[in-house]
Design a protein around this ligand. Structure first.
Ligand SMILES: Cc1cc2nc3c(=O)[nH]c(=O)nc-3n(C[C@H](O)[C@H](O)[C@H](O)COP(=O)(O)OP(=O)(O)OC[C@H]3O[C@@H](n4cnc5c(N)ncnc54)[C@H](O)[C@@H]3O)c2cc1C
Length: 409
């Protein structure tokens, strides 16, 4: 144990620095707090640009106006023990040799670093996409989507031209992964009532889902895809598969076959990649700019840096594929990183990361959903209740971990 602490201290006074207070980073901080009670010399610092944690899995509800943005922002001061030093600042880069994070508040030295900076939307260099579409990766983004949909319906109601009106009342969502499907379902369910409020016919708003691949929810079981497609159809969502966006123009999405997809609001939910500051660093990166790690979740050739969550490029040995960007993966990786840091402090060997897939649940609208759990596919009300239960359980787990170390608060 002495040796481990000495090795830590060699970096910067026994500092463990966690970059990012999302699913992975917050979990590492919460889990480590208790184990550090027997190590008063070790400082734990959490760094994030926001002083709140965002429950990203609930963003489609904010974008559909059924949940307030404030409800998905959990203040970090309500969650962190006094033992954790929180620094609210922008991380701008890394000094790997000097073991320092470069931030808007000056450099922050580390003995051990946990990188958990999540993702950002990937526009795949499609011209015009970044400038002309909204994204859905923060509570503020979600508020903008909801405001834009409401404004578009207001504009449609005021439009005298019968040809322009349906275009204004159309929301186009690019990308039909879980985020795109959840957003499209949510909007299709709530917009008819909003339209009525603006004096439009409830059937007037249209939601279109544009997908480059041959199917929605790519990679899911055919049964799940079929059930989700049926619910979307029932909600009136127009799904266009094999529709590759070549450019986002002032008129709308121009597809590679020349067709134009018109609308009043355009949202891009077509994928994510690693934050730019990681791409600009000397860290070893792989698919979508994610950081390559060993089986203990340590950066290759930098065993003093751990990576967890969307930022980590972890291959599942069972499938040979990189694990998807999912909260459940981020939480499990955060758990392993916390245990490995604790093991280091105790002079114990680290444990290899293994992903235990708990299943896949997607809400489709405000009442129904689809789920694949333990090889069983369900669709309908039960799957939506399952999604609600997962979100409730997550919030409980944060609260439970907060109360995990009452002495330190
Ligand atoms: C709309 C939506 C719906 C989703 N639904 C689901 C779902 O139903 N189920 C599921 O399993 N997954 C879902 N996901 C995916 C899931 O949210 C992510 O996989 C998860 O958030 C990854 O956790 P993370 O800790 O890696 O990153 P994040 O949770 O994104 O956290 C990253 C943190 O780093 C901070 N940060 C980033 N860059 C900087 C910087 N330069 N300086 C300072 N701070 C910085 C951010 O502020 C943030 O707090 C959804 C994602 C979205 C966007």
């Amino acid at each position: 144990m002495e040796d481990a602490v000495t090795a830590f201290a060699a970096g910067d006074g026994g500092q463990i620095v966690i970059a990012g207070a999302g699913y992975a980073g917050l979990h590492v901080a919460l889990r480590l707090t208790a184990s550090l009670r027997s190590n008063p010399a070790v400082e734990l610092t959490l760094v994030d640009r926001h002083d709140y944690h965002q429950v990203l899995t609930e963003l489609p509800r904010v974008a559909g106006g059924t949940r307030a943005a404030g409800a998905v922002r959990i203040p970090l001061q309500d969650v962190l023990a006094a033992r954790v030093r929180f620094v609210q600042t922008e991380i701008n880069g890394f000094d790997l040799a000097g073991r320092r994070l470069l931030t808007g508040s000056g450099p922050i030295g580390w003995g051990r670093l946990v990188l958990a900076l999540g993702s950002r939307p990937n526009d795949f260099a499609i011209p015009g996409l970044a400038e002309r579409t909204l994204s859905l990766y923060s509570a503020s983004d979600a508020e903008r989507v909801w405001a834009a949909a409401d404004q578009a319906l207001t504009a449609a109601a005021a439009e005298a031209d019968p040809e322009r009106q349906p275009r204004l009342a159309t929301v186009v969502v690019g990308g039909s992964g879980a985020t795109g499907v959840e957003l499209a379902g949510e909007l299709a369910e709530v917009l008819p009532a909003v339209a009525s409020g603006h004096g439009l016919a409830p059937g007037q708003p249209t939601v279109q889902l544009v997908e480059a691949g041959p199917t929605i929810l790519a990679g899911s079981s055919p049964q799940l895809i079929d059930k989700a497609a049926r619910i979307l159809a029932d909600l009136g969502v127009q799904v266009r598969t094999n529709a590759t966006i070549a450019a986002a123009t002032e008129e709308g999405f121009r597809l590679t076959d020349g067709q134009l997809v018109e609308g009043g609001v355009f949202v891009w939910a077509g994928g994510v990649k690693a934050p730019g500051l990681v791409a600009d660093s000397e860290l070893p990166t792989g698919h979508n700019g994610r950081v390559k790690v060993d089986r203990y979740l340590r950066v290759l050739d930098h065993p003093e840096i751990y990576v967890a969550g969307d930022l980590a490029s972890v291959t599942d040995p069972r499938t040979g594929h990189v694990l998807p960007s999912l909260a459940q993966v981020a939480l499990e990786e955060g758990e392993t990183v916390a245990r490995n840091l604790d093991a280091e402090l105790r002079g114990k060997p680290p444990e290899a990361f293994t992903f235990h897939n708990k299943g896949f649940v997607v809400s489709v609208g405000t009442r129904r959903g689809v789920a694949d759990i333990a090889g069983i596919t369900t669709g309908g009300r039960l799957a939506h209740l399952l999604k609600d239960a997962i979100e409730w359980e997550y919030r409980q787990s944060v609260r439970h971990l907060r109360g995990w170390d009452p002495v330190a608060r």
